[in-house]
Design a protein around this ligand. Structure first.
Ligand code: ADP
Length: 278
């Protein structure tokens, strides 16, 4: 008799748990659905803006064959700039969705940070518009004898380039961008990209990693970009089990972006640990 009651209580408890789990699952599905709808709305808006500009430019060109050559040139380069913006936006969006859905195969190996840094710096230099203001001075404070890191080189270069690119974009020429790296404990390296640019207000230090966050808002943006770069960096860094965070002294006091990356197991023995600066 006691056994029968105990079994019934057990079954009832299991049923209650199952209902509770089902409720949680439904809530999670509803939340996912809301995120998806928001994302579609934001992406639609972000694509519509450059598309409208391209349309206006092409219509003006088509309707006025006698347009003065200088104005014609302005229309053409505005349309081309916005087409490029759309291409980057779609590319960044696809990258982010691949990372978020876990469809990325990590080609992890032991790598020297120096090499990835050189590749990242060259890619930032190549992408910089030669007509734009000169890049700020780049300073490297990365010891030669750092242990190898364990990462997918392509994605590591992507993170470094995005952070260096941002630091340069938001720092006026004459400013400085410093890249530092040091060991943190005996398992990871900490990389820091610090600039002397416009800074980030304290209440935005987390928000900057949200998708499509741009301080000026997409419409008033003068620096280009898609607002997806830091969201991509966060996905990549958390993908290898690291952390990424921002610090700033506030408006016009510069920003520092930090991330951690695991040290390759066989190089761990070479490490002389430094105290964590965080
Ligand atoms: P974007 O394509 O706009 O650079 P990101 O995701 O890389 O997109 O950055 C999001 C926003 O975070 C930027 O638009 C800018 O407002 C802010 N931000 C990023 N890096 C810096 C920095 N080094 N200094 C100041 N603000 C920054």
């Amino acid at each position: 008799m006691v056994e029968a009651i105990a079994t019934q209580v057990g079954v009832a408890t299991l049923q209650a748990e199952a209902y509770a789990n089902l409720g949680d699952l439904n809530e999670q599905l509803a939340a996912l659905d809301r995120t998806r709808s928001n994302l579609i709305a934001i992406t639609g808006h972000e694509l519509r803006t450059p598309l409208s500009t391209i349309q206006v430019c092409l219509e003006s060109l088509a309707s006025d064959p006698d347009m003065p050559p200088e104005l014609r040139q302005v229309m053409l380069s505005t349309a081309l700039d916005d087409a490029e913006r759309m291409r980057t936006l779609v590319q960044d969006f696809l990258t982010l969705s691949r990372l978020e859905s876990g469809r990325v195969e990590w080609n992890t190996e032991a790598l020297p940070l120096h090499e990835c840094l050189s590749l990242a710096i060259s890619s930032v230099r190549t992408r910089t518009n030669p007509e734009a203001a000169a890049l700020p001075t780049l300073i490297l404070e990365v010891p030669e004898d750092l242990p190898l890191v364990r990462a997918d080189g392509e994605w590591l270069v992507e993170v470094l380039s995005k952070l260096i690119d941002n630091a340069c974009k938001f720092t006026p020429s004459g400013g400085k961008v410093t890249i530092l790296a040091q060991t943190r404990g005996d398992r990871e390296l900490e990389v820091k990209v610090a600039d002397t640019g416009r800074g980030i207000s304290r209440d935005r230090l987390e928000t900057v990693f949200d998708r499509f966050y741009q301080e000026e808002g997409a419409l008033r943006r003068s620096t280009g970009g898609t607002g997806l770069g830091l969201a991509i960096c966060r996905q990549i860094v958390t993908g290898w089990g690291g952390q990424i965070w921002a610090k700033s002294g506030g408006k016009d006091c510069g920003s520092q972006f930090h991330f951690t990356i695991p040290i390759a197991p066989d190089s761990a023995s070479e490490v002389t640990p430094n105290p964590s600066p965080r």
